[in-house]
Design a protein around this ligand. Structure first.
Ligand SMILES: [Zn+2]
Length: 154
């Protein structure tokens, strides 16, 4: 599966892509050189809105997707047109991109979540817990809306 790297301008898009199960790294440094080097080292496709950085990718042999819109819903559409499925897929931590692991409901983690929830995921890196609560349903509605707008456009 293709993995991605976002630049600092597209961190929000990065979090949305992680919600859809994509492997999306954030840049460590913010210079163009540091971003390009990370993309090369980890064989990631760079997502950027910066034309100059996209041109630099060509020269360095880095795969790059130049995102056109400044609006998050339009940015998600641009990725959907490249084959990213518009569905929630709990695989990656939205904060740190760590892999999520399904965990058992237990006394230590049950207090803060809705009693109806049976499944939990924990980030293997930062330990953040995820579950399908009201936030999850809102995200799913947003993705469904974007998908239906795309169907209308076809
Ligand atoms: Zn995490």
């Amino acid at each position: 599966m293709e993995s991605f790297l976002v630049d600092l301008m597209l961190m929000r898009l990065g979090r949305w892509l992680r919600l859809m199960g994509q492997d999306v790294a954030s840049p460590k440094g913010c210079s163009d050189e540091e971003i390009l080097q990370k993309a090369i080292n980890e064989k990631r496709t760079l997502l950027t809105r910066d034309k100059r950085l996209a041109t630099a990718c060509l020269g360095s042999g880095v795969k790059c997707i130049l995102i056109k819109s400044s609006r998050i819903d339009e940015q998600i559409k641009e990725m959907a047109k490249r084959g990213i499925l518009l569905r929630l897929d709990p695989k990656r931590c939205t904060i740190c991109n760590g892999l999520l692991q399904e965990v058992e409901l237990s006394h230590e983690n049950v207090a803060s979540i809705e009693p109806s929830e049976k499944k939990l995921w924990r980030c293997s890196e930062c330990q953040k817990l995820y579950w399908k609560g009201s936030h999850w349903r809102k995200i799913k509605t947003t993705l469904d809306d974007i998908a239906s707008q795309m169907d209308l456009a076809d």
